[in-house]
Design a protein around this ligand. Structure first.
Ligand code: CUA
Length: 330
């Protein structure tokens, strides 16, 4: 009875925990791939659940029927050498595994990559410690951490890493694929509906692994075109004196690691800044992007994200001017 209580306790706990978990979950799918993955998961969960209930019911029934009661004589009847006791379980396993195999191959066929077409969006996704670079190779746009895509379009993704192995996962849109240095991987996705879908690096890649997040923004077709048009524009010119000083710091100090050119012909080690403030987050989609957070970041990046590649000592005047310019980069 003690063990039953424990099992009941664990079951209750897992129910409570699953109640806490909200999206991002692939069980709340928003793409063709996740639709199929969620359906496969549910089919196999129902099947395993039924088997679990039948097996546990038989076990409990025999435990109660054959328990050691006052007056019972030794062991319950033991069964040996009956062919049916071997044949039935073997048959069940063959049938159930056959069904699972069929479901799985059907799902794998359904989510196999479509042949590249002219209207596809091509994105080169590059893992960095600890942020994601998104290079729209046909559009001349480089951005970071926020992947924009139009609803319904096929997005062909090639994945690489510049340092260690990362793994790209936006559960509501697609399965996981590793970003491996020296090995280009491919994946694809098609989103069903506009919205913001969050993801996460899912391969331990160092101290800030947990702070290597992804925001996938699914736009309407018109919204995506507007986003592309804005991203392709050159970075704003500085207007005020403060902005001019800020621009100078960006092009002298920050330029070692960051580019102000949206196409970024020379790859840089840090995120592209041309349209920094068109994004809603920074530092691996860890912090909301606003003047206050960016000021704290410029004052002490290591306090906000220990171990990240940026460690500058800037004066309060420099930070003031930098903010004056950077916040115009919509
Ligand atoms: Cu990148 Cu974990």
């Amino acid at each position: 009875m003690k063990i039953l209580r424990r099992v009941a306790g664990l079951a209750a706990l897992s129910l409570v925990l699953s109640g806490c978990a909200s999206s991002p979950s692939f069980l709340d799918p928003a793409s063709l791939i996740s639709d199929h993955q969620a359906a496969l998961y549910r089919d196999i969960l129902v099947e395993s659940g039924l088997i679990f209930v039948v097996v546990i019911a038989a076990l409990v029934w025999s435990l109660i029927r054959d328990r050691d009661r006052a007056g019972s004589k030794g062991l319950a009847p033991q069964v040996y050498g009956k062919l049916s006791w071997v044949a039935i379980p073997v048959l069940m396993i063959v049938l159930l595994d056959g069904a699972d195999f069929a479901w799985m191959t059907q799902t794998m066929r359904a989510i196999a990559a479509p042949a590249p077409a002219a209207q596809d969006i091509n994105v080169h996704v590059i893992g960095h410690r600890w942020w994601w670079e998104f290079d729209y190779t046909d559009l001349g746009i480089k951005t970071a951490n926020e992947l924009h895509l139009p609803v319904g379009a096929t997005v062909q993704i090639t994945l690489d890493s510049v340092d260690v192995i990362h793994s790209f996962w936006v559960p509501q849109l697609t399965g996981k694929t590793d970003a491996i240095p020296g090995q280009t991987n491919h994946m694809w996705l098609t989103a069903d509906s506009p919205g913001l879908f969050t993801g996460q690096c899912t391969e331990f890649c160092g101290v800030e692994h947990a702070m290597m997040r992804i925001h996938a923004v699914v736009d309407t077709q018109a919204g995506f075109s507007a986003w592309v048009a804005n991203q392709q524009k050159a970075a704003r010119e500085p207007l005020t004196v403060s902005q001019r000083f800020g621009h100078q710091i960006v092009t002298s100090v920050c330029a070692t690691c960051h580019s102000l050119d949206p196409a970024e012909p020379q790859p840089k080690v840090g995120p592209n800044l041309a349209h920094l403030f068109s994004r809603s987050t920074f530092a691996g989609a860890t912090y909301d992007l606003n003047e206050e957070n960016l000021r704290s970041w410029l004052q002490d990046t290591q306090a906000m994200k220990p171990g990240n590649g940026m460690d500058l000592k800037l004066s309060s005047y420099q930070i003031h001017d930098l903010l004056a310019y950077l916040t115009t980069l919509k």
